[in-house]
Design a protein. Structure first.
Lengths: 113, 113
């Protein structure tokens, strides 16, 4: 019940395309859903985050869509660029001590020039 | 602004040798601190977290231990390394003005031979 399932495992798109990464969860106590971007050899960096009281959040070219009833959320990257090529992780946490994050398994995105 | 440091950046150790990885955070007080391990091409596995000095919670039984001797210092240790301890070790912190969000350090690449 603590798992966050992420798909696809890998994704290849052309420059300008709109890659979509999906995550699903079971635990309805989760109340914070961040996305992280990780480049090879670097630590993950927070990209964007959402709470279940909103259905969509945009920051620049990145958009999170959230479907509370389906217990799913997704990341969309508009006008993708080769520099967006990285591994993306979704995560979820519950309010409480230390706010431990449960991570998805990651999606390796490649944007072709 | 807050900064998180990890050292060393890379480490090659023989099986059976001890380990000490250090993480320090600047620019915040009383942070929550976390140690993660990431195997090659895999997701993030939470190893330990700490909500205060001397308070350590272990998520996965293993060959490793953690300590928090000072408010902004987090140490990952092992008495005898195993081959399976190889991986990318990441420290993260949360708290202050953004208690929900974890911010990751640059990581330590550990190879056990």
């Amino acid at each position: 019940q603590q798992q966050v399932k992420q798909s696809p495992q890998s994704l290849i798109v052309q420059k300008g395309g709109i890659p979509i990464i999906n995550c699903a969860y079971e635990n309805t106590a989760f109340d914070y859903f961040p996305w992280y971007q990780q480049f090879p050899g670097k630590g993950p960096a927070l990209l964007i985050a959402i709470r279940p009281d909103v259905s969509e959040k945009k920051e620049g070219r990145f958009t999170i869509s959230f479907n509370k009833s389906a217990k799913q959320f997704s990341l969309h990257i508009m006008d993708s660029q080769p520099g967006d090529s990285a591994t993306y992780f979704c995560a979820a946490s519950i309010f409480g001590s230390a706010r431990q994050l449960t991570f998805g398994s990651g999606t390796q995105l490649t944007v072709l020039p | 602004s807050q900064t998180i440091h990890q050292w060393p950046a890379t480490l090659v150790q023989p099986v059976g040798s001890p380990l000490s990885l250090e993480c320090t955070v600047e620019g915040t007080s009383n942070p929550n601190l976390y140690w993660y391990r990431q195997a090659a091409g895999r997701g993030l596995q939470l190893l330990f977290y700490s909500v205060g000095i001397g308070q350590i919670s272990s998520e996965v039984p293993q060959n490793l231990s953690a300590s928090r001797p000072q408010d902004r210092q987090f140490i990952l240790s092992s008495k005898k390394l195993l081959l399976s301890d190889s991986g990318f070790y990441l420290c993260a912190w949360s708290g202050g003005w953004a208690p929900d969000t974890q911010y990751f350090g640059p990581g330590t690449r550990l190879t056990v031979l």
